[in-house]
Design a protein around this ligand. Structure first.
Ligand SMILES: *[C@@H]1O[C@H](CO)[C@@H](O)[C@H](O)[C@H]1NC(C)=O
Ligand SMILES: *[C@@H]1O[C@H](CO)[C@@H](O)[C@H](O)[C@H]1NC(C)=O
Length: 220
């Protein structure tokens, strides 16, 4: 083994290493744009409230071969105006931010850039919604959801503003997310399939795998 290596002229082994590098980087870039799928984040606005709306946010792992493992995904975005999160189910914002302008009812989060993480399995039922609470684990082909009540937001289709600059991260994985787009409103079918309801508005954000990152500095 060692003698075989010594017999190689230096130049050819350099070329060999270079071509290995090139082929792996070609693979990575083509994989990022086509074959391996995407993460789609979908916001369904399900009701208007006196000062905003209630939305169910679902994160779909449409990647065939890339599971998201513990300690799980994190999702951040930037609010368009001075929106706050009154309450959340199925996930939580990691930082509350400055809620000092509120008296009495204090929002769950007042920061302009909330970062949200999943809750653990075994979360009390009154904090759960369907498909939540997997500790941030997202196997290929599965989805996780959480619900949030947004205040200081628009209260009609005309005045509501889309959150932007989404950042989705997972342990050891970096993604790049696109724009928040208005898409056809989701149709929900009741469990007994006898009633269909429609989201008021639906927004999609698609994130593509960008590169592997070091996991050492990940914290929860
Ligand atoms: C994301 O992946 C799904 C499933 O493969 C696909 O239907 C959808 O078109 C993709 N979205 C984008 C924006 O590429
Ligand atoms: C929006 O996302 C949902 C869930 O991933 C998907 O089913 C739907 O096709 C997407 N819509 C568009 C227009 O990409």
């Amino acid at each position: 083994m060692g003698s075989l290596f010594l017999k190689r002229p230096t130049l050819s082994s350099a070329v060999w290493v270079l071509s290995l590098f090139l082929s792996s980087s070609c693979f990575t870039s083509s994989e990022a744009h086509t074959g391996s799928g995407n993460i789609t984040i979908k916001w369904d606005l399900i009701s208007w409230t006196p000062d905003g709306y209630v939305a169910v946010v679902s994160i779909y792992n449409f990647q065939k071969n890339r599971p998201i493992r513990r300690p799980g995904w994190k999702l951040s975005w930037t609010w368009a105006k001075k929106e706050v999160i009154w309450s959340m189910m199925g996930a939580r914002a990691v930082n509350q931010g400055d809620c000092s302008r509120f008296k009495g009812n204090i929002p769950h989060s007042c920061t302009k850039n909330p970062t949200v993480v999943d809750l653990r399995p075994g979360t009390p039922f009154n904090q759960q919604i369907a498909n939540c609470c997997r500790g941030g684990v997202l196997e290929p082909g599965t989805a996780s959801s959480f619900q949030l009540s947004v205040g200081n937001g628009g209260t009609t289709e005309k005045t509501v503003q889309r959150p932007t600059r989404f950042i989705f991260t997972a342990p050891g994985q970096k993604y790049i997310c696109g724009q928040t787009r208005n898409v056809k409103p989701t149709i929900f079918v009741s469990p007994d399939k006898r009633r269909m309801t429609r989201a008021l508005l639906t927004w999609n954000i698609t994130c593509l795998f960008h590169k592997a990152t070091r996991m050492m500095l990940e914290t929860f």
